[in-house]
Design a protein around this ligand. Structure first.
Ligand code: IPM
Ligand code: MN
Length: 359
């Protein structure tokens, strides 16, 4: 039996409510398969922590996470701390410092969940986004000038590197080879005449190594429309940091609720730990009610197990999640009345039940 050390950062708002349910489900998968245990270390880094300590995490925070096998994160951000302070103090530094350059986000409509697109079913909506996660529009370079004065100005730089574009493109092509061998690249090279033009050139060069994958380049505005009008034509999509951010919230909406989509922040070379999180935020207005949907966090947990090499357990978790999507119970976001804890228990129970049936 293996033991994985997992750094747990529940963070803020509903993050603190969904993470325990995710852990409950993952632990159950470990018991049922008998193949692993999770040794978790909780880190209370959050906006609350900021208000007490004046920083989102301690100075050596990154170093403390360095040796874990994976990071399981809830959500970051809460009223009282400006979002750009909280995110640049915790989530974004982890993505950058651990070179988690692939942000992998599956967009799948689950059977049984009504999506918002008329006439579209689970068979039509099954894409995977590969979002560049360390540079581009999120490089964090720029400055403000003459703040508060009438001629105030601000500059926010986008920085794209050949290495950064090439490695994320390569990852996307390799994933496309394992799926339906179709890759869409999000660009905006008609207007962004430097960064997006270089993006297109590099993606085009990488494409030569993957002749079996059909590459189509879409301007990001047209691609967002296509996600709604012809989602069945999309398989793997590679996008820059900001484009990927926006498209994956649209993707979440196509899944029927932001309570469902999950993401993996991967360092594919495994030089540093990878991080797994629901895509939704801390939902301050809903926090404290015990009604948040833990399904996205459970899904992120399944991705974490897959990354750790526990494919059997990951499959069990995903099967339980799919089963619950069909049978209910459901949380408020999906029109039901189940509470967060009930939902977590139900998914964990579905794992148990399935395993005893197959034994
Ligand atoms: C996400 C979030 C973050 C992002 C925010 C909270 C900085 O929206 O993970 O998609 O933009 O990356
Ligand atoms: Mn986002």
């Amino acid at each position: 039996m293996k033991t994985y050390s997992i750094a747990v950062i529940p963070g803020d708002g509903v993050g603190k409510e969904v993470i325990p349910e995710g852990l409950r489900v993952l632990r159950r998968a470990g018991e049922v398969t008998g193949s692993f245990e999770l040794r978790t270390v909780d880190y209370p880094w959050s906006c609350e922590w900021y208000l007490e300590h004046g920083e989102m995490m301690p100075k050596d925070g990154i170093d403390r996470l360095r040796d874990c096998d994976a990071i399981y994160l809830g959500a970051v951000g809460f009223p009282g701390v400006p979002d750009h302070i909280s995110l640049w103090g915790l989530l974004l530094p982890i993505r950058k410092e651990f070179d988690q350059y692939v942000n992998l986000r599956p967009v799948q409509l689950l059977d049984g969940i009504p999506g918002p697109l008329a006439g579209r079913t689970a068979a039509d909506i099954d894409m995977t986004f590969i979002r560049e996660n360390t540079e581009g529009e999120y490089v964090g370079m720029g400055g403000r000038f003459k703040q508060g004065m009438p001629d105030e100005s601000a500059i926010q730089v986008s920085l794209f590197t050949r290495k950064g574009v090439e490695r994320v493109a390569r990852y996307a092509f390799e994933l496309a080879q394992k799926r339906r061998r179709r890759l869409a690249s999000a660009t905006k090279s008609n207007a962004l005449n430097y960064t997006a033009v270089m993006w297109d050139e590099i993606v085009g060069e990488v494409a030569r190594d993957y002749p079996d994958v059909e590459l189509t380049t879409f301007h990001v505005d047209a691609l967002s429309a296509r996600m709604v009008t012809a989602p069945d034509t999309l398989d793997v999509i590679v996008a820059s940091n900001l484009f990927g951010d926006i498209l994956t919230d649209l993707g979440g909406a196509l899944q029927g609720s932001m309570g469902l989509p999950a993401g993996a922040n991967l360092n594919p070379e495994r030089r540093y730990p990878s991080m797994f999180e629901p895509i939704h935020g801390s939902a301050p207005r809903r926090a404290g009610q015990g009604t948040a949907n833990p399904m996205a966090t459970v899904w992120a947990g399944a991705m974490m197990l897959e990354h750790l090499g526990e494919s059997e357990a990951a499959d069990l978790v995903m099967r339980a999640l799919r089963q619950l999507a069909l049978s209910g119970p459901r949380t408020k976001d999906l029109g039901g009345e189940a509470r967060t804890v009930e939902m977590g228990n139900a998914i964990a129970a579905a794992i148990g039940a399935r395993a005893s049936k197959t034994k």
